[in-house]
Design a protein around this ligand. Structure first.
Ligand SMILES: NC(=O)c1ccc[n+]([C@@H]2O[C@H](COP(=O)([O-])OP(=O)(O)OC[C@H]3O[C@@H](n4cnc5c(N)ncnc54)[C@H](O)[C@@H]3O)[C@@H](O)[C@H]2O)c1
Length: 317
């Protein structure tokens, strides 16, 4: 379908800005709502928008989706074919010291969007969820394995938000796609996350802290995630949950080895494992492959090569 009208909430963020660029290249009409929260540098979010502007025109609204009236008012002015809700406060560790912020940004704002979408007849809502809803796992997880036994306030908020998505789909009848992303990385990666944080510290010749080497993550390259979100816009069934991962978890020790290779003087400091974190993530992506045609293409070697190349350019080395 050409010229689909799509709202991306959180479109000034890492995933949202990559998605906006991809959809603009594919002739979508894009609106972004973002409040420029200061979880990480606001300057970075403005740079994301500058990157999107290089690709094409889009509408930008800067308000906070926790405001129910403003949210509904906005939706009444528009006629969206799909809403992709990515706005959230991310971060597991920060959620332990600030749990109420996650109830506000990661549940209340979601409810406002779902209700406004329902009230204004939006046909399709896509919700950006997280692998954290699975808690700790020791094998590849399928979508039906999330049982609510999560390990952090962030994960609890995402799990609760998923329930609200189902409730509002049932109330209003829109098509719902819940997408669970597995540790996303790549150029413009969120600066609080392991890969971008480690690369920056290695470039600055600072030590990197490892909170337990016996961990693994299903690191997923940003372009693969963006394609998965794009494909979900065309899914045919009413309500579906999909894992969007790479399917090949990387032990933390392997990640360290890969990163230390281009930075042989790396200083690594071992710290105790942190509560709230999970030890392993591993997606079973069979359902997304079968039903969406999702196919991750970038492995960790190529993904890190591109990410390091971007970081060197961005930080001017
Ligand atoms: N990056 C990952 O590895 C990952 C993994 C799993 C799930 N997710 C989810 O994907 C989504 C996008 O993540 P990201 O990494 O791009 O994060 P991000 O922080 O870069 O982007 C989120 C954006 O949402 C905006 N925002 C937050 N609260 C808002 C509010 N109340 N009103 C309006 N805007 C608001 C922020 O300003 C930010 O620009 C989030 O829902 C996140 O939980 C991300």
């Amino acid at each position: 379908m050409q010229h689909m009208n799509v709202l991306i909430t959180g479109g000034a963020g890492f995933i949202g800005s990559h998605l906006a660029k991809y959809l603009l290249r594919n002739n979508f009409n894009i609106t972004i709502i973002d409040t420029f929260s200061n979880y990480y540098e606001v300057k970075r979010k403005k740079e994301h928008l500058d990157q999107i502007k290089k690709i094409g025109e889009f509408h930008l609204e800067t308000f906070d989706l926790r405001d129910e009236d403003k949210t509904l008012h906005h939706f009444k002015k528009k006629s969206y074919d799909a809403v992709i809700h990515l706005a959230a406060l991310p971060g597991v560790q920060y959620s332990i010291s600030n749990p109420h912020d996650y109830i506000d940004h990661d549940i209340k704002a979601v409810v406002n969007v779902l209700r406004a979408a329902g009230e204004t007849g939006v046909p399709h809502v896509v919700f950006g969820s997280s692998s954290s809803v699975y808690g700790d796992v020791d094998g590849p997880v399928r979508e039906e394995q999330a049982d609510g036994r999560v390990r952090s306030p962030y994960a609890a908020a995402k799990s609760g938000a998923e329930s609200f998505c189902h409730a509002y789909r049932s109330l209003y009848g829109f098509k719902l796609s819940i997408l669970r992303f597995f540790t996303v990385y790549g150029p413009w990666g969120r600066p609080d996350m392991a890969i971008p944080l480690f690369i920056k510290k290695l470039m600055d010749e600072e030590e990197i802290e490892i909170f337990g080497r016996e961990q693994s993550r299903d690191f997923t390259y940003i372009d693969d995630i963006v394609k998965g979100i794009f494909l979900s816009l065309y899914q045919q069934t009413d309500s579906e949950v999909f894992n969007l991962g790479n399917g090949h978890p990387i032990p933390l020790q392997r990640l360290i080895d890969l990163l230390v290779d281009p930075f042989p003087d790396a200083k690594i400091v071992d710290r105790p494992f942190r509560i709230g974190d999970v030890k392993h993530t591993w997606s079973n992506i069979h359902k997304a492959q079968e039903q969406l045609g999702y196919k991750p293409e970038i492995d960790i070697n190529e993904g890190l090569r591109r990410t390091i190349a971007w970081a060197k350019k961005y930080y001017g080395r």
